[in-house]
Design a protein around this ligand. Structure first.
Ligand code: XMP
Ligand code: MG
Length: 183
């Protein structure tokens, strides 16, 4: 490891590359079974869900179309306000489609609960959610998440798509930041 190695900025590894890949394979089996005979439109939420999307889509055997959305929560800093603005909308008409929203992490759940209702209003046949990580706070909002990879500790996590100031997204594992990085 050289002095510029990003993994040196992490305090703890929460989920290794192998654990993440095994979990995604497990979720894909479940999803293939549930959607048997139906095409799936997977909707990735930029930018965090890029890694999960790439690996999940390749693990699925169903017919899959991929599309992307970018949203931003109004409000300051690290807490979500629940008021969401669409930065990049889908290219796909959702009418009659089976939509599976793919997320990296659900924290308060406010962003996703807004997104789910927004997509439902476009007339799809179904809308479900798959998230790799879910924080305990998410349990407080009424949001039905069908596929969850890991229920994770209530700490700020990075890696595998998740960032701190746009860094660490490229790590193939997920961990917590060492204090020297944010102090
Ligand atoms: P909600 O609305 O569920 O927002 O509170 C979820 C979004 O917040 C971001 N988020 C994180 N990003 N590490 C990150 O890199 C974290 O620990 C974390 N917790 C929440 C993320 O963008 C997610 O989509
Ligand atoms: Mg995200």
């Amino acid at each position: 490891m050289d002095s510029n190695d990003v993994s040196a900025d992490l305090a703890h590894v929460l989920y290794t590359k192998e654990q993440i890949q095994d979990k995604i394979a497990e979720l894909a089996v479940q999803i293939d079974r549930d959607y048997e005979g139906r095409d799936i439109l997977v909707v990735g939420v930029l930018k965090g869900a890029v890694m999960v999307m790439a690996d999940l889509a390749r693990a699925l055997h169903s017919h899959v179309n991929m599309d992307w959305m970018a949203v931003s929560s109004y409000g300051s800093g690290t807490t979500s306000s629940g008021v969401v603005r669409i930065l990049k909308d889908l290219d796909t008409d959702l009418m009659g489609k089976h939509v599976l929203i793919v997320e990296d992490i659900i924290d308060s759940g406010l962003t996703l609960s807004w997104l789910k209702s927004n997509l439902i209003s476009r007339g799809p046949a179904s809308v479900e959610i798959c998230t790799l990580l879910r924080k305990p706070e998410a349990a407080k909002v009424e949001i039905d998440v069908k596929y969850v990879g890991f229920d994770c500790p209530n700490e700020f996590v990075v890696g595998y798509g998740l960032d701190f100031s746009e860094k660490y997204r490229n790590l193939d594992f997920i961990g917590t930041l060492a204090p020297h990085v944010y102090q």
